[in-house]
Write a protein that binds this ligand. Structure first.
Ligand SMILES: C[S@@+](CC[C@H](N)C(=O)[O-])C[C@H]1O[C@@H](n2cnc3c(N)ncnc32)[C@H](O)[C@@H]1O
Length: 272
């Protein structure tokens, strides 16, 4: 376990969680989503009823696609969200599984867990629990989960094979994996891989599509699909990343020509 990388990631996401808490308390804007610009969350979660969620859960949204689109959640299912952040995916999933189901959110960052618990209370849901821990060492028993989802987190792991084998361990037989993540389609220039902002901002630690498929197969998954859905062209980066306070930090000082078409958000599906 790379403690140095983990502490950098905790510091980065802890800072974002604190800013969302503080700025919303002050009644001010915390992200682009409430400042009259196009909301990243409203694009990502197009069709979902975001107004039924606490504002701070939406403001803290840091995903790269919507795993609920392909998770196929059903009433009564037990779901685990890896790297749950401020809780947006967990709180949305809680509506799909209903009172007879349960949704766990797992995160390693205290400030994110505090924000997620605050959002849980303000939404008044009883079928949700946020757990502190690492996705590489999931604090849940074997074969206890129907669906594992995750949104833009596996790329941050320093041991992706361990995180995915832990996912396999806690899933019941026939359980589903529904992960939204970033992958790279072309080799990442070495100079960018080293940048802390790229690593913490979900771009420096991605896998190639084939690497993802190979790891999933190695840890035991079947029916594997890794499908790139949005390619991050230079113009897309300019029109989205540069307009979002958090994302713009990721590409600060980076020659955007080097990034053109290298990354894509992807839907990752597999079955135990
Ligand atoms: C990019 S944010 C995504 C948050 C959330 N999934 C969303 O869609 O808004 C990444 C989150 O994963 C957490 N995280 C990163 N690496 C982790 C690890 N190895 N174990 C547990 N949590 C992790 C961070 O603390 C952060 O809250």
């Amino acid at each position: 376990m790379d403690l140095d990388l983990k502490s950098k990631i905790k510091e980065y996401y802890g800072g974002i969680a604190s800013k969302v808490s503080e700025s919303s308390q002050a009644g001010c804007c915390s992200s682009s989503s409430c400042c009259g610009e196009v909301s990243k969350s409203s694009i990502l979660y197009h069709g979902e009823n975001l107004s039924s969620l606490p504002k701070q859960a939406v403001d803290a949204s840091l995903g790269c696609a919507n795993p609920l689109l392909f998770a196929g959640l059903k009433e009564g299912e037990i779901v685990l969200d890896l790297g749950s952040g401020g809780g947006i995916n967990v709180l949305m999933a809680s509506k799909h599984v209903g009172k007879s189901g349960r949704v766990y959110g797992l995160d390693m960052t205290d400030e994110m867990l505090a924000l997620a618990n605050k959002n849980k209370v303000s939404m008044g849901v009883s079928n949700v629990e946020f757990l502190k821990g690492y996705i590489e060492d999931i604090p849940l028993p074997d074969k206890s989960i129907d669906v594992i989802m995750s949104n833009c987190v596996i790329n941050l792991s320093d041991d992706k094979e361990k995180a995915l084998s832990e996912s396999y361990r806690v899933l019941k037989a026939g359980g589903r994996l529904a992960i939204a993540d970033i992958v790279h389609l072309r080799e990442i220039p070495a100079v960018l891989r080293q940048k802390t902002s790229m690593l913490c901002g979900c771009l420096g630690g991605t896998l190639r599509v084939e690497e993802y498929e190979n790891i999933l197969e190695k840890v035991g998954f079947k029916n594997i699909e890794v499908e790139p859905v949005h390619i991050y062209t230079k113009s897309l980066i300019e029109s989205t990343f540069l307009k979002d306070k958090n994302l713009s930090k990721t590409v600060e000082g980076v020659n955007l020509d080097l990034l053109d078409g290298v990354f894509a958000s992807a839907f990752i599906k597999a079955v135990k």
